[in-house]
Design a protein around this ligand. Structure first.
Ligand code: DGJ
Length: 335
């Protein structure tokens, strides 16, 4: 054998072996689909079925029983700007359903929240409608027959004449009444709570200053207690979140402090809250949805999703997990 040929044939063999091994790995049933998730990973890159980072910020999740599907709505920072929608069967893996309402001529479109009107069988989206420098300070409302849109703008206005910026939206599961909590003055010192009309398309005059601060309040209700959860006021910069309690949704609320346990930076584990989602199928399973804006928001702003616990003593607690899954909760017995 010609010795000069040896190294070449060796490297050819090596390359063939490499190709064979790679084929084996990628065709094996154990090959990891990079977009398949089995857990929540705090602040990590989260890809949708299209292989792109989920671009859905400051929004909320609903579960549509008849479709056995979760829908996640939020601000879409990519093109076109507006409200994004993603759907999922397990809360980990999300299909991009596209932009369900484009911002169009609306100068500032933020914090969309969607609820389902069971009587009229339509989906209602409320959002922060504003103009340059946040001077208009209104609520916007849009409607769709399908969870995946398109949502059509119905109206925009100041609720009972009050300014409205960051919002939260809550439907009481017992009464089916819906409420919007809104930051109601230009320095976000006042939060008001307004009850919506029965068709969820308008506000009523049941609109009170609930003596809480600062922005976009969310509600959790357990054993007759309303837990109101707000963020501080530092724009998109993470700040300490606080919760309050009351026996009535319209207050009076009593401040209880931060629910974040061991939060060394005192900044909501480097996030800003956007919604509390009651996860169906589990006992007392509440999901903290927070945004890690990284600036003032971008398609790649990250998510901090963590379990919320209400302790036997009635305190709200959020513990940090780098990674966790729904097995943390106790499943409800199937009826
Ligand atoms: C202040 C909030 O803290 C931010 O998250 C963002 O919603 C801005 N408002 C936009 O108005």
């Amino acid at each position: 054998m010609d010795k000069r040929n040896k190294p070449q044939s060796l490297s050819v063999t090596r390359i063939s072996l490499l190709i064979f091994l790679m084929t084996l790995i990628f065709s094996s049933p154990f090959a990891q689909n990079p977009t398949y998730f089995t857990s929540f990973k705090t602040g990590a890159e989260w890809l949708a079925d299209d292989g792109l980072p989920i671009d859905c910020h400051g929004g909320n999740i609903i579960y549509v029983d008849s479709l056995q599907t979760f829908f996640w709505y939020g601000e879409h920072y990519g093109n076109p700007r507006g409200a994004a929608c993603y759907s999922s069967k397990d809360l980990y893996n999300w299909k991009n359903e596209g932009v369900v309402m484009t911002k169009g001529n609306i100068e500032i479109f933020e914090r969309p929240k969607v609820i389902y009107d069971e009587i009229n069988k339509r989906y209602v989206m409320w959002f922060h409608y504003d103009g340059n420098r946040y001077s208009i300070a209104e609520l916007g409302v849009a409607v769709s027959d399908k969870p995946t849109g398109p949502f059509k703008l119905q109206n925009h206005f100041r609720p009972n004449g009050h300014e409205s910026r960051d919002i939260g939206l809550y439907v009481d599961p017992e009464t089916k009444k819906a409420y919007i909590g809104y930051a109601a003055d230009h320095v976000n010192r006042t939060i008001r709570m307004v009850e919506l009309s029965a068709d969820y398309l308008n506000v009523t005059s049941n609109d009170v200053d609930i003596n809480a601060h600062c922005e976009g309040p969310d509600i959790l209700k357990k054993n007759g207690t309303f837990y109101l959860f707000t963020s501080g006021c530092s724009g998109w910069t993470p700040n300490p979140g606080h919760y309050y309690t009351s026996t009535s949704i319209t207050g009076p609320y009593v401040i209880q402090g931060s629910p974040f346990v061991g939060d060394a930076g005192d900044n909501s584990f480097n996030s800003q809250r956007c919604y509390i989602f009651k996860i169906p199928g589990y006992k007392n399973a509440y999901l903290y949805m927070g945004d890690r804006w990284n600036g003032s928001g971008s398609p790649k702003s990250q998510y901090v999703f963590l379990p919320i616990t209400i302790t036997p003593g009635g305190q709200m607690e959020i513990h940090f997990y780098r990674e966790w899954d729904l097995n943390i909760f106790t499943p409800e017995k199937k009826k």
